[in-house]
Ligand binder design. Structure first.
Ligand code: MN
Length: 221
């Protein structure tokens, strides 16, 4: 029994050591941000989002934001901050890369190969009372996404009074900065759709509803 307990204790210590090693770099105490795992295979969202786009978007673009962030935060007051705090408080390059890290995890977590295709319950009620219907909401969201000039994001959020709002944000912008609760964020940077849809951003936005999981968005609401 004693031997077994000791073995378990040693195993736990090894496990703890490996966990903390994963989050901490060897030379300083800075937290190391890592590429978040995808909750599905890279080809799981086809044809709405191709495997090639996922490999580039998740595997290359997001990895670059995370690498940049890890380099930039060293020796700053953000070296142990999580990406939500960085999104709310940082400026300049740390903000750009930290907010993009936050936005992309939020974005990739929204999708599923077997999504709940429409909201129900309280979220459905809020969408209907704000936009008239789910179809009208989708039209408005697509319009804001297609109409955003340059690179950025279109968001559905809950504002401080609990009201639904659609906002456009340039570059890495997200609604955390305004104290909103983000519910859905779609990336309208060209890297999100150009491989699959070329210049047709509006077509991408129309098609991407096929893989958006409203069960996830209901939980955020
Ligand atoms: Mn992106």
């Amino acid at each position: 029994m004693a031997i077994k307990t000791t073995a378990i204790t040693i195993l736990s210590m090894m496990l703890l050591a490996s966990v903390s090693y994963g989050q901490t770099s060897k030379n300083n105490k800075a937290m190391k941000h890592e590429l978040p795992a995808l909750p599905y295979a890279t080809d799981a969202l086809e044809p709405a989002i191709s495997k090639e786009t996922m490999e580039l978007h998740w595997g290359k673009h997001l990895q670059t934001y995370i690498n940049n962030l890890n380099n930039l935060v060293q020796g700053t007051k953000f070296e142990n901050a999580d990406i939500e705090t960085i999104s709310k408080e940082a400026d300049g390059a740390i903000y750009n890369n930290g907010a993009q890290a936050w936005n992309h995890k939020f974005y990739f977590d929204t999708f599923s190969p077997n999504p709940k295709k429409a909201p129900t319950g309280k979220l459905a009620e809020a969408i209907n009372s704000t936009y008239g219907s789910f179809e009208k909401f989708k039209e408005e969201f697509e319009k804001q996404g297609a109409g955003l000039f340059g690179s950025g994001w279109v968001w559905l959020s809950k504002d401080k009074n609990g009201k639904l709002v659609i906002t456009q944000e340039s570059n890495a912008g997200n609604p955390l900065r305004q104290g909103y609760t983000p519910l859905l964020g779609l990336d309208v940077w060209e890297h999100a759709y150009y491989v699959d849809y070329r210049n047709r951003r509006a077509d991408h936005l129309k098609k991407v509803w096929d893989v958006i999981d409203w069960a996830v968005i209901e939980k955020r609401f």
